[in-house]
Design a protein around this ligand. Structure first.
Ligand SMILES: O=C(CO)COP(=O)(O)O
Length: 252
């Protein structure tokens, strides 16, 4: 039984204009008093308006990336302090789409995480293997390597969340078996406790991400060491994300 807090997090990726704020309003109306954390990470253009709109609700707002430097000559980038200034409480780092599209290494992710934690953001650090790596039986090696290199030593139960997102399950409708999720989450939990100790390593929430939908959420949340989900497509509409939140609230 895990001691970590529960979190339902939505990653809107490159989706959503101001019209999408209506989905946030609907989500907040549906969950005035949730027993789990609710976080939505919209595109950067919406962070400020979204956090203002959600100020008196339990829905928190996060970023999808930040730069490792506090300021400077980095056209198009956003610093951790800017996210805080816009009202974000968390930031997703090292998503496989950024590792691939922007060639981010685990060392880059660790530098970003240090910068984000230094200004008080909760860092949601993503790990995941490709289909080829899984088929070659390298999953735990890959996850172990990403985990060791992506997390700075400053990680603790209150400033870090780890998301396991197998690349082959993202946006594909393919979901690992609960035995496969269980194996990886158990492995991550053991590594976190070895590195950060029982209280901190045992308290870091572990999210599963990859094709989580209203129809499979309850089964995934019943898996040991699954403390919540990082949801892409099904977080865009309140009517899809809301039952996922309810399933997490109902999990033991
Ligand atoms: O990448 C994801 C969340 O970060 C998962 O995306 P989907 O839920 O659309 O598969």
């Amino acid at each position: 039984m895990t001691q970590a807090r529960k979190l339902a997090a939505g990653n809107w990726k490159m989706n959503g204009t101001r019209a999408a704020l209506a989905e946030l309003e609907a989500l907040a109306r549906a969950h005035p008093n949730p027993s789990v954390g609710i976080l939505i990470c919209p595109p950067a253009t919406l962070i400020q308006t979204a956090s203002a709109a959600m100020a008196d609700t339990p829905v928190e707002i996060g970023g999808q990336d930040c730069h490792a430097e506090p300021s400077g000559t980095h056209t198009g980038d956003i610093s951790a302090e800017m996210l805080v200034d816009a009202g974000a409480t968390s930031v997703i780092l090292g998503h496989s789409e950024r590792r691939e599209d922007h060639e981010e290494s685990s060392e880059d992710v660790r530098a970003k995480a240090k910068a984000a934690q230094a200004v008080g953001l909760v860092t949601i650090i993503c790990l995941g293997e490709s289909l080829a790596q899984r088929e070659a039986n390298n999953t735990l090696d890959i996850i172990g390597g990403q985990l060791a290199a992506s997390l700075p030593d400053s990680c603790c139960a209150t400033n870090t969340v780890v998301a396991y997102e197998p690349i082959w399950a993202i946006g594909t409708g393919k979901v690992p078996t609960t035995a496969q999720i269980d194996e990886v989450h158990d492995f991550i939990r053991t590594r976190l406790i070895q590195r950060f100790g029982e209280a901190e390593g045992g308290g870091i929430p572990l999210l599963y991400g990859g094709s989580v939908k209203p129809g499979n959420a309850a089964e995934i949340f019943a898996t040991d060491n699954v403390d919540g989900a990082l949801v892409g497509g099904a977080s865009l509409k309140a009517e899809d994300f809301s039952p996922i939140i309810t399933a997490l609230e109902g999990s033991a």
